[in-house]
Write a protein that binds this ligand. Structure first.
Ligand code: URP
Ligand code: ZN
Ligand code: ZN
Ligand code: ZN
Length: 484
């Protein structure tokens, strides 16, 4: 049975035009005027866009002695409610655990997903087993992106020698490293000092992670990736110093992408100075929220193209979980939610203010990351043959964000009280209408794993260039005899 989206305006990363969109068996089969279908969805006054892709989520993630509270069911339901049709979660092996064993745990958790999903692999330790497993993960498991934490010393953090070895291996396999860029050694020192001086509240989390720790680590990771001949994706870019390093690298021709979060774009550090402990602790995440100077830099990066993707780092903890850190800010589980709010908040604060065009909105919420992940145009496109992951976006529909009406399992929302204008009328995941005019019709287990091939065009081009410019021995005619 075919489904038809009628009377809408198709908006992609590079085009805006009036057309109907016909789909069958989860795929787009025709785009054009005056189409007919078995079931019709009216898109009058709406934009028909590729569904959002959130490349940075942590669903049911074991972290800081607990698990994040949204799982693959509630997390993907929240995403669909806000127009997101694909998420990418991070598989985190324990110390000494094989990457393939860790993947089994992630396979089990993800069976309940309501929309399509993929995984990044995290490199949480280094050794021969990780080196060997990487090949299987890339070539047999469809994972071509690997995250490295330069923060969380004593837990997830890897050192520079491990980082370089891992980046070298990934370059060889045609995969792309990602980095959480904050200097974990300096953060550990600053945190101990702050605690010793009686700075125990959530605001000290921000004091312990100044923008310099992020700028330093971002630049270091970029240089190490360049030496290893690998491209680099920098997650949750929150400040000018990190953006500056990325901007500079891109100007030099390095293949580096930066990912700001909707939280950093729209919420600032004043949240941590709120007199209510719970209010401040609920907003504790790494990197922390920054001041307006940094926010302006992030917006400028999206406008100029030096930053490429807007994500959420959705990692939701309840107020009760956050309270583990009463009396010691280093024990507050790090993470905030945002899956349901990313697209409406970015539209409201970006497109409706004139900071972003509609096409740029599509690029940074969907198309750019589909290309980086190497799943374009199956995802991130409105094209014949693409998956029918679509959002019918109503620019006039509005609401006030409230925890009481959200899909997420937690008891608050960091955007509580924000007015958004621009919301999905319909969200379709491979042709299944998961959101129908405000009504949630998700199907648990509908989501499928999206396998992604290595050797995307950028990886191939970069490895060719690195091979051509690799150090070569000089061919000499007269070599002096030794030992004379
Ligand atoms: O605070 C954060 N960002 N929590 C999630 C884990 C991570 O670092 O991405
Ligand atoms: Zn991170
Ligand atoms: Zn994260
Ligand atoms: Zn707002």
């Amino acid at each position: 049975m075919t489904k038809l989206i009628k009377n809408g305006t198709v908006v992609t990363a590079d085009l805006t035009y009036k057309a109907d969109v016909l789909m069958d068996n989860g795929k787009i089969i025709e785009i054009g005027p005056d189409l007919k279908g078995d079931e019709t969805l009216d898109a009058t006054g709406c934009y028909v866009m590729p569904g959002g892709i959130d490349p940075h989520v942590h669903l049911e993630m074991p972290f800081m002695g607990t698990y994040s509270s949204d799982d693959f069911e509630s997390g993907t339901r929240a995403g669909l409610a806000g127009g997101t049709t694909m998420v990418v979660d991070f598989c985190l092996p324990n110390q000494g655990e094989s990457l393939l064993d860790a993947l089994k745990r992630w396979d089990n958790k993800s069976t309940r997903a309501n929309c399509d999903y993929s995984f990044h692999m995290a490199v949480t330790w280094w050794g021969e087993q990780v080196f060997n497993d990487m090949q299987t993960v890339v070539q047999e498991r469809g994972i071509n992106t690997f995250k490295h934490f330069l923060a969380y010393k004593g837990a997830l953090m890897v050192n520079d020698d491990e980082l370089y070895s891992s980046f070298m291996r990934l370059a060889e396999l045609g995969a792309t490293p990602m980095v959480h860029a904050e200097n974990g050694d300096v953060i550990a020192e600053l945190s101990a000092k702050l605690l010793a001086e009686g700075n125990t509240g959530p605001e000290a989390h921000a004091y312990s992670r100044p923008s310099q720790v992020e700028g330093e680590a971002t630049n270091r990771a970029i240089m190490i990736a360049d030496m290893a001949g690998a491209p680099l994706y920098v997650v949750h870019v929150s400040c000018e110093e990190a953006h500056e390093a990325i901007r500079r690298a891109r100007m030099q021709g390095k293949r580096v992408w930066g990912e700001p979060l909707i939280q950093h774009l729209t919420l600032d550090e004043s949240e941590y100075f709120n007199a209510d402990w719970d209010h401040a602790a609920r907003r504790v995440m790494s990197p922390p929220f920054r001041n307006q100077k940094h926010q302006d830099s992030l917006w400028a990066g999206l406008q100029s193209g030096s930053l490429s993707v807007v994500a959420t780092d959705h990692c939701a903890f309840t107020t009760e979980q956050k309270r583990t850190g009463v009396g010691d800010f280093t024990k507050i589980p790090n993470g905030t939610g945002g899956l349901e709010d990313r697209m409406p908040m970015l539209w409201t604060h970006g497109v409706a203010t004139g900071r972003l065009t509609m096409n740029e909105f599509v690029a940074v919420t969907s198309t750019n990351i589909a290309k980086v992940l190497n799943c374009y145009p199956r995802k991130g496109a409105v094209l014949v043959g693409a998956d029918a992951d679509l959002v019918v976006w109503d620019p006039e529909k509005s609401k006030t964000i409230a925890a009481s009406s959200q899909q997420s399992a937690i008891d608050y929302n960091v955007f509580e009280g924000h007015e958004v204008k621009g919301l999905p009328r319909f969200t379709l995941t491979r042709g299944q209408v998961a959101v129908h005019d405000g009504e949630i019709r998700t199907q648990e287990g509908h989501g499928e794993f999206v396998a992604r091939e290595p050797n995307a065009t950028v990886n191939t081009a970069l490895s060719k260039w690195k091979e051509l410019t690799a150090p070569q021995p000089v061919k000499r005619t007269g070599i002096p005899a030794t030992g004379v």
